[in-house]
Ligand binder design. Structure first.
Ligand code: NDP
Ligand code: OXD
Length: 315
């Protein structure tokens, strides 16, 4: 068995060394190494180049370093019929919940308001309302959305969730499909996006969506949007306009239409925007190698692959 690594933005050599240690007796190669493409049975991949799959005629599975597989599924030469396994693990999930919790708390405690007061050396004793006065609406009730909800529940927030198919989650008001989207938005003060990027969800964070959110929450300052999923979900020009015309009060953004976010983006300079460089929940080498080595070993023994992406659904 030979495993090929094809990674951008990650230290390929370091991952390869760890895979080699975890998979004794198997070959682990990088793109520049000397190998016959026909010997490759598994490819471990992130941000594929156009020639990523050329000559890989004996692939048994495509292993995605990331939880999100949108870029992979858009690849024009992704081999048809070869299963795509995505990364799902506790470490990544916990990091995402940390990010969501941090940003929900930030806005519910009116951080932007106090930051502005500090800049103006203004002493105004406004006491933020308690967590249970704020309604957090989570778009996407999969692995990450449901874990974020579990954490938010402990802090006392009122919770609603939106997914493609109906869900029952204790203590959460749930909504499903396009038909219930507006009702979901109408009661939401803090909108958290944890959807996969698909043709249906592309551009969903737009001015029309923001205008449907609940107004008057967060001590009269809301609503707020938090996007930790994909830049393709948001229309950045609409976010800027909504922040300027008061449709949105603030935004936390981990992902962008173009990454890295171009220096000319007006978002950089807005004091009600909280930018992080797509770091909400990176895959870690330690857990990633453990997870995918087990996937390969189990598959070699004839066990089924876990977390196989539904390519037609797009996630
Ligand atoms: P899952 O596949 O587990 O969950 C996806 C959820 O979105 C499901 O509840 C699904 O509904 C819902 N959904 C899909 N399409 C629609 C739609 N058209 N309308 C309404 N709901 C929809 O994904 P994860 O929770 O694991 O991950 C979500 C995304 O987070 C990833 O795709 C990735 O883009 C992003 N991500 C970002 C990271 C970062 O660092 N910023 C790190 C990791 C992931 P249903 O339950 O009905 O199927
Ligand atoms: C992912 C990511 O999808 O880091 O895992 O964005």
């Amino acid at each position: 068995m030979t495993l090929l690594l094809h990674l951008a933005d990650f230290n390929e050599r370091s991952w390869a060394d760890k895979f080699a240690a975890a998979l004794p007796g198997r070959r682990v190669v990088l793109r520049g190494d000397d190998f016959d493409p026909k010997e490759i049975e598994y490819i471990f991949i992130w941000k594929p180049k156009p020639d990523a799959f050329d000559g890989l005629d004996n692939l048994k599975a495509v292993l995605s370093l990331g939880a999100g597989v949108d870029a992979l599924l858009r690849h024009p030469r992704l081999p048809a019929g070869v299963p795509v396994v995505r990364f799902m693990d506790e470490d990544l999930t916990q990091r995402m919940s940390d990010y969501v919790l941090q940003n929900v708390l930030l806005h519910q405690r009116l951080a932007t308001r106090f930051k502005r007061d500090q800049a103006a050396k203004r002493w105004v004793q406004l006491y933020p309302a308690p967590a249970w006065d704020a309604v957090v609406g989570v778009m996407g009730l999969g692995q990450l959305g449901q874990d974020a909800i579990r954490h938010l529940k402990v802090f006392g927030y009122k919770l609603r969730g939106w997914s493609r198919t109906p869900k029952t989650i204790e203590g959460v008001e749930t909504f499903a499909g396009e038909a219930e989207f507006d009702t979901f938005l109408a009661g939401t003060d803090i909108l958290v996006n944890l959807l996969p990027l698909t043709p249906e969800t592309r551009g969903i964070l737009n001015h029309e969506t923001f205008a449907k959110l609940h107004r008057g929450g967060l001590d009269g300052e809301g609503p707020v949007v938090i996007n930790a999923a994909r830049g393709g979900h948001q229309k950045e020009a609409d976010i800027v306009r909504a922040l300027q015309d008061g449709t949105l009060w603030a935004a936390s953004l981990d992902v962008f239409e173009v990454e890295p976010l171009p220096k000319e983006s007006p978002l950089w300079d807005m004091d009600n925007v909280y930018i992080t460089p797509h770091i909400a929940a990176a895959s870690s080498e330690r857990t990633g190698v453990a997870y995918f080595s087990k996937v390969i070993k189990d598959h070699e023994k004839g066990l089924p692959l876990p977390n196989v992406v539904d390519v037609t659904r797009g996630y």
